[in-house]
Design a binder for this molecule. Structure first.
Ligand code: UDX
Ligand code: UDX
Length: 488
């Protein structure tokens, strides 16, 4: 087997997205001897990565600007020349997107692997000598097998020893969470490397060893590595659906979700993380990974296991539905022409990502009821909101004719709340914690409501400002209101 040398000198990463961008920026920062080229077919995105003004990077992540600033155009390069970059690389990371299929076999469950396949074929065609291919995208179990088969076909068709191409495939799933990506990359709980080729594993391990201690670098088989990623995300999502299901019981019984979560989380066997009740999990991974797991289980006739995991997604959808229904109930079961301010459209704070954001379903339902939405988010653009709502409307066959006339993105919180009947907090941005409710109440139309799905308001301050307040996972104080609305 032809091996270029024992140390990796050139890395290529295909996909300059939320995963590829920050991951490669940190590798380049920590390994100045390695040339890291991040390539993408999306020219706009690459242009933004190369923008002189670092505020224009395509991805917002705390700490990312500093890391990019140190290494960009030193040993970190962003470009669109995918083939050249693959040809020169000893190691190629696949970080392309793998959304859920929207049609055909496994529609709305299985991952759409078309980009991974395109990427594997491109690597097969452009690579020279021996190339280590690292699966970074979160993929269904045994996808590495598909990548291997595509690459091995190329090895077999190499004409002679000189242009012989050989490949090793590794799985190296990403555990970074958006909003804390840089910190997660710098201080990972573990780095997982799956594969069979010892030398390839060693080379990848050497890269991470520059800043991660050896006891945190875990080596497993390819399939264990792929399944561990899906399982980790499924477990995290499961905790959120568990606490969200309990939030509904709290509202009904008078228990308080924050108190319950604290009491439960102090049990060291359970732990206190991922116990924040909210509007449901969003993001590009949780739903997709669980649905992949469900698909895998059904494929292997493990229906009981599939049903178990499917329930996590169902509770997540139900949480969003019941929040919307609560708003309809409180606003006299009539939203026609009423203005509602939505504070936060990103799926969590500190990111500009809206993929699978609970705001999409909730906003769409409110629009269906005839309300007018005044949306505010410190990082999400108008185009992103527009695309998210359009795709949701298409997938759910909703009427789009007046869609864009009925919502507007506002620059400030004050602008967003003017003349509204209700304020709905969906993302836990810090600026929403510090809202001056007295000022806000004067801009709204009474009787005005605040719906806090992230539990970031100070209830006393909101009520003192003369506003009605509904907080997720808490029983309402004003029994009268509840009585009136249940009678209507
Ligand atoms: C990642 C993982 O890859 C995905 O599997 C996981 O579920 C979520 O995180 P992410 O980086 O968030 O994806 O996706 P995205 O921000 O969409 O970036 C992917 C990039 O790959 C895009 O910029 C896209 O243009 C690029 N791409 C896609 C290519 O360069 N070539 C292709 O053939 C396909
Ligand atoms: C997740 C995983 O955490 C990460 O390891 C994996 O690599 C990618 O998927 P991410 O989706 O970026 O990361 O964010 P995460 O912090 O996990 O939040 C996911 C969703 O769960 C968000 O919508 C968040 O608001 C929600 N969440 C999280 C809660 O509702 N309550 C919590 O206690 C924690």
């Amino acid at each position: 087997m032809i091996r270029k040398n024992n140390l990796v000198k050139n890395i290529c990463c295909v996909g300059a997205g939320y995963v590829g961008g920050p991951t490669m920026a940190v590798i380049a920062d920590k390994c100045p001897d390695i040339k890291v080229s991040v390539v993408d077919i999306n020219e706009e995105r690459i242009k933004a990565w190369n923008d002189e003004n670092l505020d224009n990077l395509p991805i917002y992540e705390p700490g990312l600007v500093e890391v990019v600033k140190r290494s960009r155009n030193r040993n970190l390069f962003f470009g669109t020349n995918v083939d050249d970059s693959i040809e020169n690389a000893d190691m190629v990371f696949i970080s392309v997107n793998t959304p859920i299929k929207s049609s055909g076999l496994g529609a709305f469950q299985a991952s759409d692997l078309r980009w991974v396949e395109v990427c594997a074929r491109r690597i097969g065609a452009a690579a020279k000598g021996h190339t280590i291919v690292v699966e970074k995208s979160t993929l269904p179990v045994r996808t590495a097998e598909i990548i291997k088969e595509i690459l091995e076909a190329k090895t077999k068709s190499s004409r002679n020893d000189e242009d012989k191409k050989t490949f090793s495939v590794l799985s190296n799933p990403e555990f970074l969470a958006e909003g804390t990506a840089v910190n997660d990359l710098l201080n990972p709980d573990r780095v997982l490397i799956g594969g069979e080729d010892e030398l390839a594993i060693e080379k990848l391990k050497n890269i991470y060893s520059k800043w991660v201690t050896n006891n945190k670098i875990l080596c497993t088989s390819l399939w264990s590595s792929e399944l561990s990623k899906l399982t980790a995300n499924a477990f995290l999502a499961q905790r959120i659906s568990s606490i969200n299901s309990i939030s509904a019981i709290c509202e009904a019984t008078g228990a308080n979700i924050t108190e319950v979560a604290k009491a439960v989380g102090l049990d060291s066997r359970i732990g206190n993380k991922f116990l924040n009740a909210g509007p449901g999990f969003g993001g590009s991974c949780f739903k997709k990974d669980i649905l992949n797991l469900v698909y895998l289980c059904r494929y292997f006739d493990l229906d009981e296991v599939a049903n178990y995991w499917e329930q996590i997604v169902q509770i997540n959808n139900w949480q969003q539905t019941r929040i919307y229904e609560k708003i309809v109930e409180k606003l006299f079961r009539n939203l026609s022409g009423k203005r509602i301010a939505i504070l936060g459209f990103a799926f969590k704070a500190n990111t500009n990502d809206t993929r699978e954001s609970p705001a999409i379903q909730i906003a769409s339902n409110l629009l269906e009821e005839g309300s007018i939405l005044q949306i505010h988010d410190p990082k999400v653009s108008k185009d992103q909101i527009s695309n998210s709502l359009e795709v949701y409307h298409d997938n759910n066959k909703l009427d789009k004719s007046n869609l864009n006339d009925n919502w507007i993105l506002k620059d400030t919180i004050e602008d967003a709340v003017i003349n509204t009947d209700a304020v709905l907090i969906l993302t836990e941005w810090d600026i929403y914690r510090e809202i001056n409710w007295v000022r806000i109440s004067k801009l709204m139309r009474p009787p005005s409501w605040v719906f806090d799905t992230r539990l970031i308001t100070n209830p006393q301050k909101v009520r003192d400002a003369g506003l009605n307040l509904w907080r997720l996972g808490e029983k309402e104080n004003d029994i009268d209101n509840k009585f009136n609305s249940s009678k209507s």
